[in-house]
Design a protein around this ligand. Structure first.
Ligand SMILES: *Cc1c(COP(=O)(O)O)cnc(C)c1O
Length: 360
């Protein structure tokens, strides 16, 4: 039987969590004089003088049916970045334990590990940006966590489900599958696999498809025992009341609009892909299951600077191993995408006329 408690650090197992003022009383009280709040009110509307629900129950009641999961299997964090940090702190003893990451991938896994003095064992993705399963399993001993990003940032592709399942079945530690871009993917979420894989944690976020990045709300789904550990270690009021209310409201009214935006992004992704492939500077447009494209250019750094001079900001990923000369382009509105393509065409025409001058 897999017991995440046994995998947790000693100090976490014996941790007596901070109990907030409202933990010892549920229901509606006559008066609340327990938390040193301002009882008169707050200068703005919305009962902001009161601390928010530390367990985010109302929000979890909205997320549960949206994702088809029990609310006991949901952790809500200050962005999914908070869950990444907490998982490292719960399971990895600083200076002793390691986490596996599969670059090129999202940089926060390594940064969060470094902040927590957790060694990172890098097992690069292969040429198709897929998992190197045998190497991962070879490195598994001594690692407590593995981070798998699917669809992967910055490459955009989904990671083969069968490979993730194989790793999850054979790895004794926690397998974290970061699904920040799952709404744009043709591949189904791994949430459906949580029931039979007790060591699986799925991360999702309201920052991308849901259009709620400013609220900083991310979610971890997993085995109740892992969710309990996350709740034990998190700061009691980790998600503000404003953010809880905003995301709950977004879920109630926003689903049709979000679904429509997702369709538009996918359509624009195809249009952008075709437009980019027509440019001579473009060497490759990698297949994407996300709301961005990874594009290899013959002169990526020059193009990046040229775009900046036109006040167009994209992400230069050229320093990442496996992404040499690559820029990551977020799919914007049709108008924004057209501005980007026009700028790239302008660059190409300038480059062409410059080389024509040279030959004259
Ligand atoms: C954007 C992103 C996140 C961050 O999500 P937040 O909920 O905003 O913290 C996590 N993982 C990946 C891969 C991302 O690209």
């Amino acid at each position: 039987m897999f017991d995440p408690e046994k995998l947790a650090r000693e100090n976490i197992r014996s941790l007596k969590p901070y109990t907030s003022a409202r933990d010892e009383f549920s229901g509606t009280a006559e008066i609340y004089l327990d938390a040193n709040e301002n009882a008169f009110g707050s200068p703005v509307s919305g009962r902001l003088n009161r601390y928010p629900d530390p367990l985010q129950r109302a929000l979890k009641e909205k997320i549960a049916p949206l994702k088809g999961i029990d609310s006991g299997r949901i952790f809500v964090g200050n962005g999914s970045d908070e869950a990444i940090d907490l998982l490292l702190r719960i399971f990895c003893e600083p200076g002793r334990d390691a986490a596996i990451v599969c670059p090129p991938t999202y940089g926060m896994y390594t940064v969060a590990a470094a902040i927590n003095s957790v060694a990172v064992n890098e097992i690069p993705l292969n040429d198709e940006f897929q998992l190197n399963v045998p190497s991962i399993l070879d490195a598994a001993e001594g690692a407590k966590l593995i981070f798998i990003c699917s669809p992967n940032n910055p490459t955009g592709n989904s990671i083969d489900r069968t490979d993730i399942l194989q790793v999850a079945e054979r790895f004794a530690g926690i397998v974290v599958v970061d699904e920040a871009y799952i709404d744009f993917s043709h591949q189904a979420s791994m949430i459906g696999d949580l029931g039979r894989l007790p060591n699986l944690v799925v991360l999702q976020t309201f920052s991308k498809a849901w259009g709620m990045a400013a609220a900083r709300v991310g979610v971890a789904f997993g085995n109740e025992k892992i969710i309990e550990l996350l709740a034990r270690v998190k700061p009691p009021y980790n998600v503000s009341g404003l953010s809880q209310d905003a995301v709950a409201a977004a879920i109630v009214g926003g689903e049709p609009r979000v679904a429509d935006w997702i369709e538009q992004v996918k359509q624009q992704r195809g249009i952008m892909r075709d437009s980019l492939l027509r440019l001579k500077q473009v060497e490759a447009v990698y297949p994407s299951d996300a709301n961005f494209l990874l594009v290899k250019f013959s002169e990526a750094d020059k193009i990046y600077k040229f775009l900046l001079s036109k006040r167009i900001v994209v992400r230069n990923r050229g320093t990442m191993s496996g992404c040499e000369r690559c820029l990551r382009l977020t799919i914007g509105t049709p108008g924004e995408n057209q501005i980007l393509i026009s700028a790239l065409e302008k660059y190409e025409n300038q480059a062409a006329s410059a080389s024509a001058e040279k030959t004259i």
